[in-house]
Design a protein around this ligand. Structure first.
Ligand code: SAM
Length: 285
């Protein structure tokens, strides 16, 4: 029986049995594979790195979508960078008050193949009338767009290949440029215990570019190695400190059924372990 071995790390790996291979090809930008695994359901990987699985995607997509939108309280324009599988878009679309959603994805083949082989991820969201789907590099987009956003979600791959530019100072500065006052940027920032260098690099960029920055976290089983870090940046320091009663009221008004997100989990997610706080606040050499 074939096995998929994740190639993110040299010294160790995770393997998933390929119970049924659904798609495997080089796109213009990356190697795309989609297969079925008895434990995680359908799995999509890019350049040998697990991106998303049917079984645990709800954790990641709920936390990266609902935390910034409910913290903001009146997000009307939302930008998704990446997110080709459509799970993030599905969760953003559940907020009826969001008026316009722009998604900037570099690889049309990821969208096409995920619509076909991972239909539960987008669940029709790509047909939502509020969506403008742009096939472009996210860095180029945030550098040049005339559009402005209340929430920007960087749902990127790891900083390898096409995703590398989405972890650069230029990208974060571009996001700052197209955020409305009081807006928030959130980012997929890797498994902190293993990818601490990426988290620290992002912290140093955000510190320079934004008035307020931090991280929050959630554990996503197939992002192996412990809690995943989500970058947070805004010009409004109060946004990530919303009182529980405010989050509770907004969540109730949104009338969204979730499987992971709760207002209590939202608040607790911003409490970081000491080793992570020490690393992100350490003075630069
Ligand atoms: N949830 C996943 C994770 O945390 O690893 C990532 C989700 S999604 C599959 C990542 C998306 O980012 C992919 O569809 C990939 O094509 C897209 N992407 C990578 N580099 C990009 C870039 N520079 N601009 C826009 N999209 C990019």
């Amino acid at each position: 029986m074939n096995k998929f071995s994740e190639t993110l790390y040299d010294a160790w790996e995770q393997q998933l049995r390929i119970d049924e291979l659904l798609y495997d090809s080089e796109t213009e930008h990356q190697r795309l594979i989609i297969f079925r695994n008895a434990t995680f359901g359908r799995v999509m990987a890019l350049d040998g790195i697990v991106q998303t699985t049917e079984r645990d995607e709800f954790i990641y997509h709920e936390m990266l979508a609902h935390v910034p939108i409910l913290a903001h309280g009146n997000a009307r324009q939302v930008l998704i960078i990446g997110g080709g599988d459509g799970g993030m878009l599905r969760e953003v679309c559940r907020h009826r008050n969001v008026a316009e959603i722009t998604q900037v994805e570099i690889d049309p083949r990821v969208v096409d193949m995920c619509r076909q082989y991972l239909p539960n991820h987008s669940a029709g969201a790509f047909d939502d009338g509020r969506l403008e789907l742009v096939f472009a590099d996210g860095l180029d987009y945030v550098r040049t767009t005339e559009s402005r956003f209340d929430v920007i979600i960087s749902d990127s791959t790891d900083p390898i290949g096409p995703g590398e530019s989405l972890f650069s100072a230029d990208f974060y500065a571009g996001c700052r440029r197209c955020l409305n006052p009081g807006g928030a940027l959130v980012t997929q920032n890797g498994v902190v215990f293993i990818q601490m260098d990426e988290v620290v690099a992002t912290a140093r960029h955000l510190k320079r570019i934004f008035d307020d920055w931090h991280f929050y976290s959630a554990a996503v089983p197939t992002y192996v190695g412990g809690i995943m870090a989500f970058g947070w940046a805004s010009d409004n320091a109060d946004l990530r400190r919303q009182p529980l009663e405010v989050l509770t009221q907004r969540f109730a008004a949104a009338a969204i059924n979730t499987r992971y997100y709760t207002p209590e989990v939202h608040q607790a997610a911003f409490a970081l372990p000491r080793y992570m706080l020490a690393a992100i606040n350490a003075p630069e050499e």
